[in-house]
Write a protein that binds this ligand. Sequence first.
Ligand code: NAP
Length: 252
Amino acid sequence: MTETRRVAIVTGAARGIGATTARRLAADGFAVALLDLDEAAVKETAESIVADGGTALSAVADVSDAAQVAAVVARVASELGAPTVLVNNAGITRDNLLFKLSEQDWDLVIAVHLRGAFLMTREVQKHMVEAKYGRIVNLSSTSALGNRGQANYAAAKAGIQGFTKTIAIELGRYGITANSIAPGFIATEMTKATAARLGQDWEQYQIDRAKSIPVARVGVPEDIAHTVSFLVSEGAGYVSGQIIYVAGGPKA
Ligand code: NAP
């Protein structure tokens, strides 16, 4: 695949679902650009991909900052080639019940997830339209269906679904698909932080959560990376505007 090697961008790729997805896409044959806020961690992840024989570049960029997004996408295009795969994965939580939720925590969560996906997609679609080919995957969540203490996050993740369906309609004629993955509980630093905030032991928390999941286990980042791998494959060109719940069962 060397001559036709496609370039993929994964945001929030320093760790968790983003890092595992970047590793998987590199193994699938993509040249991968890993973006994150955490310079040391994202560099380390990219270096481990290169050590395993993959092609990877790491860059620091805040996806909610238009200037940084423009600069980093231009850098990826010049160093790796035009990006035709984009995985909008960067995310944060700032959980609180509505009556305690600050404007700052509302704005921050909306900015990273929604504005971030918008800015990244607007920038990268130029390359996709020119190439008449593209695959966009946006990370939503089962929280989009409603989750206590997550009004900001749920609103952002529901917004991602509407955004995905709309860009699928607008960009389809250029050979571009856009889909969203809505994970259920996935064991990462994000869910570990939730357990800590609730004062619960991490191992016990996962055991308890698994009890309500039909496949009787919690999810791992590989579960999401596998779904991304399918959605960005050449053969998935007729799958667009979909929300795929990857949650070990039909409900969150
Ligand atoms: P994670 O371990 O916290 O990783 C998220 C990554 O995104 C971090 O490396 C973080 O960097 C980076 N990031 C945060 N803000 C950013 C910004 N403005 N610009 C660039 N990068 C930024 O989370 P995860 O569990 O892997 O989650 C990945 C995605 O899946 C998120 O969109 C999340 O909402 C979604 N999701 C996760 C679950 C789950 O159960 N884990 C379930 C449903 C959906 P810093 O550490 O430097 O901030």
